[in-house]
Design a protein around this ligand. Structure first.
Ligand code: ADP
Length: 333
């Protein structure tokens, strides 16, 4: 093996740079040339790349975003796109490609393997943590902290004004950020996609929860963490509905893309460093068709289809304490 390539694809996440750095440092350690494709799969189609020297990854471990840029790429999904990408990889005599991205990017990896015989490995890079086979994805821990920092600030003003705030967090169709942010911020209520798949909670139920909380504890602040894609129309619509029913001021705060940015926290840097280095070793060892993940602090190799074949479950105990044990209204304390 002489030459490996790396790209970042789909939604960007803090820690992607740390993963690129690890791949470049590990690659050079083993005497490989490392190429970085730019703009996700678009770079593969356009042959837009740069040779990555170790000096190119100086001082990037602490930076959010990705130095290789990320993007989505529709033309890549076609057979023609796959063939073009394969031809370009062959032209550069690439032996292995490491894709840092989410499950869409891993589907792209499997698509590419129909046309190209080089090794293809993946690293889980998404704030949503919605990838099976790894306890956490690169970017998830930072996104929780970013959401938390905002929620803590909202709590201060909510307390001062004795107001109700609905905080909408990201997560695509998964409640990992929502549940973690709710637990960490001591939120009174949490709405997660996983809890609403069969049936949405009744508006009257939500109103009763707020009113009972205020009866029990006197007029006070009330924070409801709402994962995106949970309530029809989003948290702004829910806030309006609640305000109409309760006559109380309910303010929505949509955190949005701030959750995708920022300097990665230590846990994301460690995860990215570990998985990035391991991916290079796995490629050298002849592995292909796998995501490199981590379970119970052990690096694991997960065949791509297993990363998306079923929805990843939330931690049931964390869910239990947030929605049952710590719910003062349900427990009438
Ligand atoms: P993420 O990797 O964050 O889940 P996307 O779902 O947007 O992000 O996927 C990123 C890119 O992966 C897409 O723009 C496309 O190029 C490629 N991709 C996604 N799904 C497929 C698929 N089924 N077949 C081939 N390529 C795909």
């Amino acid at each position: 093996m002489k030459r490996i390539a790396v790209l970042t694809s789909g939604g960007d996440a803090p820690g992607m740079n740390a993963a690129i750095r690890a791949i470049v440092l590990a690659g050079h350690y083993f005497g490989l040339e490392v190429i970085g494709y730019r703009h996700g799969f678009n770079g593969l189609l356009e042959q837009e790349y740069q040779i990555l020297q170790t000096s190119d990854v100086n001082n990037i471990i602490q930076r959010g975003g990705t130095i290789l840029k990320s993007a989505r790429c529709k033309p890549f999904k076609t057979d023609q796109g796959g063939q073009q990408a394969a031809a370009n990889l062959q032209a550069l005599e690439i032996d292995a490609l490491i894709i840092i991205g989410g499950d869409g990017s891993f589907r792209g990896a499997v698509h590419l393997s129909r046309f190209w015989s080089g090794a293809i490995l993946g690293l889980p890079g998404t704030i949503d943590n919605d990838i099976n086979g790894t306890d956490a994805t690169i970017g998830y821990y930072t996104a929780i902290d970013t959401a938390l920092e905002s929620i803590d600030k909202v709590r201060d003003t909510a307390d001062a004004f004795e107001r109700i705030f609905l905080i909408e967090v990201m997560g695509r169709h998964a409640g990992f950020i929502g549940l973690s942010a709710a637990v960490c911020s001591g939120a009174e209520q949490v709405l997660l996609p996983e809890l609403c798949t069969e049936q949405l909670p009744e508006l009257t139920e939500l109103v009763a929860h707020i009113q009972t909380a205020q009866q029990i504890r006197g007029k006070c602040s009330y924070i409801m963490v709402v994962s995106e894609n949970t309530w029809p129309g989003g948290s702004a619509v829910l806030a309006q509905q609640l305000a109409e029913k309760t006559g109380i001021d309910c303010r929505p705060v949509i955190l949005g893309h701030v959750q995708r940015g920022g300097s990665p926290v230590s846990l994301d840097r460690i995860l990215a460093s570990k998985l990035g280095a391991y991916a290079v070793e796995a490629a050298i060892g002849g592995k292909t068709g796998i995501m490199i993940g981590e379970q119970n602090q052990q690096v694991v190799e997960v065949p791509f289809p297993q990363t998306w074949d079923k929805a990843k479950s939330l931690d049931p105990y964390l869910l239990h304490i947030q929605t049952e044990m710590f719910d003062l209204v349900k427990n009438n304390h």
